[in-house]
Design a protein around this ligand. Structure first.
Ligand code: MG
Length: 252
């Protein structure tokens, strides 16, 4: 586990910038979400993301990050994370994960939501409900005095109670002046481990919840992560600051 001293504690002024960034990002993702329609390609979604990000006078945090070619990560059905907009058309009954990161005033913000398009199968609807609820179970543990793995345990235990699995190969992260800061925040683990949480820590908590096995693989484009068994996966993410009064969602 990452020692506590590698987790950057944000000042009130920094949290204020991250709060503004989060508000902007929240508007961006809701606009992108409502633009989704049947028949669009994921490339169309990416271009829409580019336009909305530009309209808000911020930068995409993902474009060019380690060579990532898209403006946002768009992952359909069996797509877990890091999907690149391409010629795939969105059909009724699909679920689409929209993951958007921005840079505002030299600070990063990161959020993701998985959206049903048209009528989805009941089991898929339940996957989305459990995925989103697991994020909030994790967030609820982001309070001073708790251990980092209390977040991980809360996510995993809730997801598994409902018969789904959590991805092990990708994790949440600290965030601030960099997109990925310490600590790594797995969505699995036993409680009471790792650093003690303190006021001013800022985390991007992001459960990836699979209907079948937790196993994933990366496609030949070097980015797109899909479930190994081809079953659907849901992804939800918020940035959260630990405050004296408990967790505050910055991207809500
Ligand atoms: Mg993230």
């Amino acid at each position: 586990m990452t020692p506590r001293n590698q987790i950057r504690i944000k000042s009130l002024a920094e949290v204020d910038i991250l709060r503004k960034a989060g508000k902007i990002l929240s508007s961006i993702i809701s606009e992108l979400k409502s633009s989704l329609t049947i028949g669009m390609t994921t490339k169309d979604v990416d271009l829409k993301a580019e336009a909305i990000i530009k309209k808000h006078h911020v930068l995409s945090a993902f474009k060019g990050y380690r060579g990532f070619p898209g403006n946002a990560c768009i992952s359909v059905n069996e797509g877990v994370v890091h999907g690149i907009g391409n010629g795939r058309r969105i059909k009724a009954g699909d679920i689409v994960s929209l993951d958007v990161g921005i840079i505002y005033d030299d600070y990063y913000s990161d959020t993701a939501v998985t959206v049903p398009v048209g009528e989805v199968a009941p089991e898929v609807k339940r996957l989305l409900q459990v995925g989103e609820a697991s994020l909030h179970k994790g967030i609820a543990q982001a309070k001073p005095g708790n251990h980092l793995s209390d977040i991980s345990y809360a996510v995993q235990s809730y997801v598994e109670l409902h018969g789904f699995s959590v991805v092990r190969d990708f994790v949440g992260h600290g965030i601030g002046r960099q997109l990925h800061e310490d600590p790594e925040i797995p969505n699995y683990g036993v409680p009471g481990q790792g650093p003690v949480l303190e006021v001013g820590m800022v985390f991007a908590i992001e459960p990836m919840v699979n209907m079948g096995s937790h196993r994933t693989k990366v496609l030949s484009d070097g980015w797109t992560v899909v479930t190994e068994d081809g079953k659907p996966s849901a992804h939800f993410e918020h940035c959260v600051v630990v405050t004296q009064n408990g967790p505050e969602i910055l991207t809500g």
